[in-house]
Write a protein that binds this ligand. Structure first.
Ligand code: FE2
Length: 344
């Protein structure tokens, strides 16, 4: 395996070749071909996925990494000249933005349609979920009775005045959560919820999801809204932070808000057949396990089994079956409600 150093190729964006496996034993069918992936993910699961794809096909994967919105800007700016074959990003909200910019080509694939649930893919095959994440409530067991939490609505309950932590409202995870709640409750109730949570903040929104967990551990707040994998990761790397904390699954009503990491074929993909081959490989059992075992996400393909002690400890939950497309459609309204609520 060859690992190239990370090279800055333009401001804020890095080129990371994840190494091409010498496929001395392989079929060599893809020998000499390069698949270019633009990704806003920089996780071990993805590098394992790229390497496994190289190993199985003989293709060399080149990954260009940038954070969500910058990635979209780069592909858009390059237009027909973009070398991107595949685009991978996190959050249905970002997939929707990329879709609005017409960055994706439709893919018709029996494999993808059979493996990825209908609510987690674009109806015309513009994008498909590869992994899912749940937005959960973390609480301090010594200061909160888990029985007092009923669902996302609890966060707006006056009983939690000055006890809630969350990141900023500009963050796409929160926008997508509120987008789901708009669908669930209607705009007026969703607005009241945003107002209520904002009134309950223990401190101004600050930092990322891990910072909210640390703030609960430090006693700055008693409850926080975070994506589950941040908690699962800290369980392994910093148990002193998660000891004394618990995850509450907001199963009530429609279930736990679930978001996706997704992928699609770039509209100007130089190698469309290879791109489709990669998308199909990414939903294979082998590839799906990487997401659960290396990044603590849930596989998009429900039938896939995996080994992950932290996820096993977090237990089962009821996922909201809402179509991921709705999370995109309600983005703008969600941001408006946050702004009106004064949630920074
Ligand atoms: Fe994240």
């Amino acid at each position: 395996m060859r690992i190239l150093p990370i090279l800055a190729i333009f401001t804020g964006v890095v080129l990371a070749s994840c190494g091409s496996l010498d496929s001395g034993d392989g079929s060599g069918a893809g020998e000499g071909q390069t698949l270019t992936i633009y990704s806003s993910r920089h996780y071990d699961s993805d590098y394992a996925l790229y390497e496994a794809f190289e190993e199985e096909t003989g293709v060399t994967v080149e990954a260009i990494e940038a954070d969500g919105d910058l990635l979209i800007e780069r592909v858009k700016a390059a237009g027909d000249q973009s070398p991107a074959d595949v685009i991978i990003t996190v959050d249905a909200g970002r997939l929707w933005r990329a879709e609005q910019e017409e960055l994706f080509a439709p893919v018709s694939s029996a494999v993808l349609e059979e493996r990825v649930p209908a609510n987690m893919r674009h109806p015309d095959g513009l994008w498909f979920a590869v992994a899912t994440r749940a937005r959960v409530i973390v609480y301090a067991e010594d200061r909160v009775d888990g029985g007092d939490l009923t669902g996302y609505a609890s966060l707006a309950d006056p009983a939690f005045r000055r006890r809630v932590c969350a990141r900023s409202s500009g963050n796409v995870y929160n926008i997508s959560l509120l987008a789901a709640l708009i669908d669930r409750w209607g705009s007026d109730t969703a607005q009241q919820w945003a107002n209520g949570v904002n009134a309950n903040f223990a401190r101004d929104p600050l930092g990322g999801d891990s910072d909210q967990i640390r703030a609960v551990a430090a006693g700055e707040c008693d409850v926080a809204i975070v994506n589950h994998y941040y908690f699962a990761r800290l369980m392994g790397t910093e148990p002193e932070v998660t000891d004394g904390l618990a995850v509450f699954w907001p199963n009530a009503e429609a279930g736990v808000h679930v978001n996706i990491s997704g992928m699609g074929m770039s509209r100007n993909a130089p190698n469309p057949e290879l791109a489709q081959q990669f998308l199909e490989f990414a939903v294979s059992d082998r590839a799906q396990r990487f997401f659960a075992e290396l990044t603590n996400e849930y596989p998009a393909v429900a039938s896939v089994t995996y080994e992950n002690a932290a996820l096993a400890e977090l237990g089962d939950f009821e996922a909201d079956p809402l179509a991921a497309t709705v999370l995109g459609e309600n983005q703008a309204e969600a941001q408006r409600l946050f702004d009106r609520a004064g949630w920074q």
